[in-house]
Write a protein that binds this ligand. Structure first.
Ligand code: FAD
Length: 311
């Protein structure tokens, strides 16, 4: 199957915030074979690119980016069973994988019910909920380097930690993932999933009508081993952050750590609002909030030495 390409397109079409300016073009790769082909061609011709999945953890600047974008996400899950293990393309949507695991009576991924985005994005950022994270059930991954070489890597080498893995700094691409699951009762798994989806509906925006990228900041790391990680949303709420607004960017009324896009909002509004939120928590609690959402492109007021941006 040929790879669909859209040239000179706005990235707002590919992010859940529905924000982001133009890029040179988006290559829509759905399968590992397509991805390998495109990455090798970019490497040979030295064409600069960034890779995204579902765009559910990104804030792309209004100016966009002067490079190509590979979008590695598929409508159809690509999953092969191997006993209690599942081998899944990085382009498979995480929630499709959760459903497939339930249909096979396999437990281990149910906590991820309803988390948007792809398996690749979830592995890179060690996505999690309810105290569990994707890295807990990863057995190994097949990585694709930016020069087009493939390598199989066991889970321990990915150095999973809270919302993090070594892949954020290496830039290697998650081509496919082997998950190690265990057998369980399908009915119980389904009931648990429905409960999780309901709980998420209560506290997260409905992406169809309310664009966002989930929690904007990471939760606060415990200051000693005895303490639990504390929700960034709690500090924001206590500091009065819910009342903040910049242009069309404001805070979701049920969750102080979620910025939502209202009519007329631009990416710069969201960035400026996030700076106000972080400033408020610094002022009231002397705590530094760390962004969970990844920035793509340039924003006014962004420090010169900013770390962890995608382009
Ligand atoms: C309503 C809502 C609720 C959310 N709830 C949660 C939650 O409960 N828990 C949670 O952890 N997150 C949550 N998120 C955030 C987001 O869904 C996750 O971070 C998700 O795993 C991102 O996956 P993605 O495919 O959309 O990645 P993208 O946003 O497209 O990219 C994120 C990063 O991953 C990289 N990346 C993507 N795919 C690959 C790949 N195949 N190989 C290498 N790098 C890759 C990108 O380069 C980028 O650096 C939520 C977001 C929304 C909008």
């Amino acid at each position: 199957m040929d790879v669909e390409v859209q040239y000179n397109v706005r990235l707002e079409k590919f992010t859940t915030f529905r924000l982001g300016g133009y890029c040179r073009g988006v290559f829509m790769c759905q399968t590992p074979a397509q991805l390998v082909k495109v990455v090798k061609r970019f490497h040979q011709t030295q064409v600069p690119f960034i890779l995204i999945g579902g765009g559910s953890n990104l804030l792309v600047s209004d100016q966009g980016v002067d490079c190509f974008v590979i979008r590695y996400m598929s409508d159809q899950p690509e999953i092969v069973g191997n006993g209690h293990d599942l081998i899944v393309s990085g382009s498979t949507q995480l929630d499709h994988l959760v459903l497939a695991a339930i249909q096979r009576g396999l437990e281990g991924l149910n906590f991820a019910s309803g988390i948007p985005g792809t398996v690749g994005g979830a592995v890179v950022g060690n996505a999690g909920a309810f105290g569990k994270q994707v890295g807990d059930v990863v057995k190994s991954v097949t990585l694709l380097t930016r020069s087009g070489l493939q390598k199989d890597v066991p889970s321990r080498e990915l150095k999973f930690s809270y919302r993090n893995s070594i892949l954020k700094s290496t830039g290697d691409i998650v081509l496919s993932v082997e998950f190690s699951l265990h057998p369980s009762d399908k009915m119980n798994l389904n009931t648990e999933r429905n409960g999780i989806l309901e709980a998420r509906r209560q506290k997260h925006p409905d992406l169809v009508i309310t664009p966002c990228a989930g929690s904007f900041f990471r939760n606060i790391e415990p200051t000693s081993l005895a303490q639990r990680r504390q929700a960034a949303g709690w500090f924001l709420e206590q500091a009065g952050g819910k009342a903040l607004r910049v242009g069309g960017a404001c805070i979701f009324d049920k969750h102080a750590n979620i910025i939502i896009k209202e009519n007329g909002a631009c990416a710069q509004d969201v960035f400026a609002l996030s700076e106000l939120m972080a400033g408020l928590v610094k002022e009231k609690f002397n705590l530094e909030l760390i962004r969970e959402v990844r920035l793509v492109g340039k924003f006014k007021g962004m420090p010169e030495d900013i770390q962890d941006i995608l382009w």
